[in-house]
Write a protein that binds this ligand. Structure first.
Ligand code: ATP
Ligand code: MG
Length: 279
């Protein structure tokens, strides 16, 4: 709004770590509206020295704006300001929590599929979908009837601007066709990444192909390998449909949502059986 002023403060001690090309800090945004101060937590992504003045980040900020609805993300010179999402990245959350219910995971997967559907309708390719870029705004508590709530974070620097090693390191999230031609980043690529992210969600936030060096990661794609499949055959099937080496054969968002919905039914009964066994 034209009439509002705001001040950004970087909280010096609260470095939250390092992104691909960014240093991440927690900060505060102080709005002065009608003579009153409103303070909100924000997340500041500061470009590291080698990537300052990279205009691609500006484009990323626009996508962020579209994705993180109800929040105006700002791009001030080399700093991106985002909503501070309370429970942080999903991979870390899953690792920390250990036992998260099947229905919780399915809920998260369904939300991601809806985001994918939304982006597809707008003809926007994200290009960097992974559990690290899913942020948990609400934990959700089944006993209170509340579900988790996730937000998809920004894709960062466009893949065409990245060095080969950085792209190789994104195996198995990056779609194989992108390795051959980064400009081929199309909607189907996000479906592949969705498959890899689904795998992560159902494997406790563990990174797939962890520990493989870049050469081995490349071999994985060159030999058309698939991630170790889940015992839950319907889930394994959905992941392998998404991670089809031929982009045209990956399922539509509608089909992904439909399959997730039928997983929800079978997943809940699986959980009930598991609980009964424990009792
Ligand atoms: P990339 O472009 O590869 O995604 P990045 O700069 O976005 O890199 P990440 O590695 O995605 O950096 O994020 C680093 C960490 O910062 C995450 O693990 C998460 O804990 C935290 N983080 C990122 N964005 C937010 C946010 N909006 N709110 C709260 N925490 C966040
Ligand atoms: Mg990120």
């Amino acid at each position: 709004q034209a009439s509002s002023i705001f001040i950004l403060l970087k909280l010096k001690c609260e470095s939250l770590g390092q992104g691909s090309f960014t240093r991440i800090f927690k900060g505060s945004k102080i709005d002065i509206r009608d003579g009153e101060r409103h303070v909100t937590d924000v997340l500041l992504k500061e470009l590291d020295a080698n990537h300052k003045n990279c205009w691609e980040v500006r484009a990323a900020a626009i996508v962020t704006h579209l994705i993180m609805l109800r929040w105006s993300s700002l791009n001030l010179a080399d700093v991106m300001v985002q909503e501070f999402v309370k429970f942080g990245a999903l991979d870390l959350f899953l690792k920390r929590e250990g036992s998260v219910s099947v229905s919780w995971k399915l809920d998260v997967a369904k939300q991601l599929a809806s985001v994918l559907n939304f982006l597809e309708e707008k003809n926007i390719t994200h290009g960097n979908i992974c559990a690290k870029n899913l942020l948990l705004a609400r934990e959700g508590d089944a006993s209170q009837g509340s579900s988790p709530f996730i937000k998809l974070s920004d894709p960062g620097i466009n893949v065409t601007m990245l060095g080969r090693d950085v792209v190789l390191d994104r195996i198995p999230w990056v779609a194989p066709e992108v390795l051959e031609a980064p400009e081929r980043l199309e909607l189907e690529c996000d479906k592949w990444s969705f498959g890899a992210t689904l795998w992560e969600i159902f494997n406790g936030g563990q990174a797939p192909l962890q520990g493989l060096d870049l050469e081995r990661k490349l071999q994985f794609y060159e030999t058309y390998k698939q991630l170790p499949s889940s015992e839950w055959t319907e889930l394994a099937d959905l992941i392998s449909q998404c991670m089809n080496y031929q982009p045209a054969f990956r399922p539509s968002c509608r089909s992904i949502i439909r399959q997730l919905n039928s997983l929800i039914t079978s997943g809940t009964s699986r959980e009930l059986i598991a609980v009964k066994k424990l009792q």
